[in-house]
Ligand binder design. Structure first.
Ligand code: NAD
Length: 361
């Protein structure tokens, strides 16, 4: 099979980690008899520098022409003082919106070898394997009216609006049920229905959808309790589905259960299964250009790309097993090493995963 992959390296450590992803995809092609053609585009700060906008039309056109998109990360201090529409993050929000990527999947999986890296007790997190599904294109991040206004008395007032249509809730709800069906068949819908009307509608729609998925156990939890439960007993969850703002916060909380942000992949999907794949972490300007970044979150994002957008499950399994294998061998980048352990560079870790993939069954 032949697939077109758009690479968006972005800023900071983005180019270093995406280079390892490309290397891995070339090895996957060889091993599994696939054919990838790669194109490259600009997004974020590098796009502002080159074209004056964080999301050039050309990037969007390249994305629409691709089978899947792999993104490094965007952002950096250099662009933080610009006007809001000229910030790298606007490029990220813009491409998600333009491509209709409404479902953000964030697995939080703790490899047994790294249980000691979590700030929680190993018995609380060992064997953790949950997925947080965050609605990505609606809610308070996009709702109108928004802005800061000057009041008649001269003081200022800021305003954002949380809006969800029934159709938006149903769409993300179905994604939740579908993913739960492929896993442990338990779905926890997180809302704030005791206070927010948006959440009351959310819960109503989830209950209605639950009738269509009798094989999935549906539960509901208020977001404040969910935050507490995630750090108290995270293994009680299988799949969590929630709206944009709650998901933003809870998925970062779930990320930290695993100890290292350098290990966590993500996928953002639209209704056709087209997706953009990226590590959860940012552009890490503090270590950019130094070959210190952990590429595993990006390489695990490659596995998600193979699984969810290309339907190449065997290749996805191969990549995940290769990552597990390098961790079993004790290979570590600086962020996941304990004091005194030898540390691999970004490229050396990428090479190790390629070697494990080629050696795998
Ligand atoms: P960050 O995730 O970039 O970095 C937080 C800390 O984690 C840093 O100490 C960094 O060195 C470390 N880290 C991150 N990824 C790592 C990796 N792969 N290997 C080893 N260590 C890693 O978050 P931040 O510092 O808050 O943000 C930096 C920039 O990234 C900002 O401009 C922010 O807006 C942007 N950002 C972008 C995205 C994205 O592109 N999706 C997400 C979050 C932040």
């Amino acid at each position: 099979m032949s697939y077109r992959i758009l690479l968006l390296p972005g800023d900071g450590i983005g180019p270093e980690i995406v280079a390892e992803a490309e290397k891995l995809l070339r090895a996957v092609a060889e091993k599994f008899g696939l054919d990838f053609s790669f194109t490259r585009g600009l997004l974020g700060g590098c796009a502002i520098d080159a074209t004056g906008t964080p999301l050039p039309d050309e990037t969007l056109a390249l994305a629409r022409d691709a089978d899947a998109v792999l993104l490094g990360a965007v952002g950096g201090q250099k662009w933080d003082r610009g006007p809001a529409h000229l910030r790298p993050e606007r490029g990220l929000l813009g491409i998600r919106k333009a491509l209709g990527l409404y479902a953000n999947l964030r697995p939080a999986l703790l490899f047994p070898e790294l249980a000691g890296a979590s700030t929680l007790k190993p018995e609380v997190v060992a064997g953790l394997d949950i997925v947080i599904i965050r609605e990505l294109t609606g809610g308070i991040y996009f709702g109108e009216p928004r802005g800061v206004e000057r009041l008649p008395d001269g003081s200022r007032e800021g305003r954002n609006t949380m809006v969800y249509s029934e159709a938006e809730i149903e769409r993300i709800g179905r994604t939740g049920f579908d993913i739960a069906r492929r896993r442990g068949r338990r779905l926890c819908s997180v809302d704030k229905a005791n206070v927010l009307e948006t959440s009351q509608l959310w819960r109503e729609v989830m209950v209605r959808l639950g009738g269509e998925y009798p094989d999935v156990e549906l539960s509901h939890m208020y977001v404040d309790n969910a935050a507490m439960q995630l750090v108290r007993a995270p293994k009680q969850f299988d799949v969590v589905v929630t709206e944009n703002l709650f998901g933003d916060i809870l998925s970062d909380c779930a990320a930290m259960l695993t100890g290292s942000i350098g290990m966590l992949p993500s996928a953002s999907l639209n209704q056709t299964g087209f997706g953009m794949y990226e590590p959860v972490h940012g552009s890490a300007p503090d270590i950019a250009g130094q070959q210190k970044a952990n590429p595993l979150a990006t390489l695990l994002s490659v596995a998600m790309l193979l699984r969810y957008s290309l339907g190449e499950a065997a290749a996805a399994d191969g990549v995940e097993q290769a990552v597990a294998s390098v961790l079993r061998q004790g290979l570590r980048t600086a962020d996941i090493a304990v004091a005194g352990e030898p540390v691999l560079s970004t490229a050396a870790m990428g090479d190790a995963v390629v070697a494990a993939l080629c050696a795998g069954g």
